[in-house]
Design a protein around this ligand. Sequence first.
Ligand SMILES: [Zn+2]
Ligand SMILES: [Zn+2]
Length: 249
Amino acid sequence: MSVASSSFRQFLGAGAELLFPASCHFCGQHLSFESQISLCVECQQKLSPSACNRCERCSAVVGPNLETLNGCVHCRKDVYSFQSVTSLGIYDGLLKSAVLQGKYGVNPALLTSLTDLLHASGHERFTKTSANLIVPIPHHWTDRLVKVSQASTNVANRLSRLLNVPIDRHILQKRVRTAKQQSLNPTARRQNLKSAFRVSNGIDLSGLKILLVDDVLTTGTTCQRATRLLLQSGVDEVRVAVLARGIGA
Ligand SMILES: [Zn+2]
Ligand SMILES: [Zn+2]
């Protein structure tokens, strides 16, 4: 169900239940009318298991009761300038399948539902850290011409509405088209993104606490490049929100 039809249902009120029975965007199961997220309880639990302990720093799933303020086995070697990563879970299995379906147009409404679930599961964290600006990882303008997925922008737009925090799609820009990060090894990833981003000239960024948004964080190279640039340009703090955390790719 699209966002538009969801709003239309709300407008129609209880009668809409008969006209448009709501269903889970992932498995198609019938949903109760009160559900705020268009995913059934089973899919919510499978896509983002609430019982998992996550690394504070990189959002990887770690063993219970492990202290992760200084990172975990998955991120200790990485130099990250962002403060934390919030995600639904590991980029694997059902979550990977859901992100890909949402990202590549097979089931675009799923991207909205996954963002709603990210907002619900990370609500306490988002509230506590209180970003005052949301910035998506940018795409090169030519990506629009060849219909490259704009997932980071779509997720950021939705989070902006849910958190009631403004979004700025122009502060951070991509200067050049780059090879897909997934196709490269870690060294080539760093090289690929060298000088890929720039920050708009003449904007005062002091005092900004930015929530940087992407669809998936794997090595963290993309978010790290963007974060360093934002901090060098005067931003106070950067935290990251992604739908999923890729491990070992
Ligand atoms: Zn479901
Ligand atoms: Zn970690």
